[in-house]
Design a protein around this ligand. Structure first.
Ligand SMILES: [Zn+2]
Length: 142
């Protein structure tokens, strides 16, 4: 049985309880235009089943989500004239996740638009700490 959260707006979209501008749909995912886009064609890809974030999404489904992202991004290049795109996931509130249903943003980018988005400032770090961080992450990978 698929997980659905009755209070989740993305579950309602996935179940077609709320209309949206669908760009792709299959048994497992739904992709639709973001209703507050940051560029022309900004699309969200969601799993039809409710998972709070990327860490909760089963690996096979996660692979499928990103294969769909690639298809959609390719279409943005060929049909919208996008010169590139950002594919991103915000995981948890501190990273900007506002809807607690796993979703991936595909944001087409246009060379001519000169828009600044997704700027990160450098994080200062010592060489020794670099090695410790790499070791920690390596140890945590199953
Ligand atoms: Zn949901």
């Amino acid at each position: 049985m698929k997980k659905t959260d009755r209070n989740c707006i993305f579950c309602k979209l996935a179940n077609h309880e709320i209309p949206t501008n669908v760009v792709y749909e299959d048994e497992f995912v739904l992709a639709f235009l973001d209703n507050s886009p940051t560029s022309k064609g900004h699309t969200l890809v969601i799993t039809k089943e409710h998972f709070e974030n990327i860490l909760c999404c089963p690996p096979n489904l996660l692979s499928h989500v990103f294969l769909v992202c690639q298809k959609i991004a390719h279409s943005m290049v060929t049909t919208l004239g996008a010169d590139g795109f950002n594919i991103l996931n915000n995981c948890n509130e501190c990273a900007g996740q506002t809807i607690k249903h796993f979703h991936v943003h595909i944001i087409p980018r246009y060379s001519s638009d000169k828009r600044k988005m997704l700027e990160f400032s450098p994080y200062q770090i010592e060489d020794k700490e670099y090695l410790q961080i790499a070791d920690s992450i390596k140890q945590g990978i199953e």
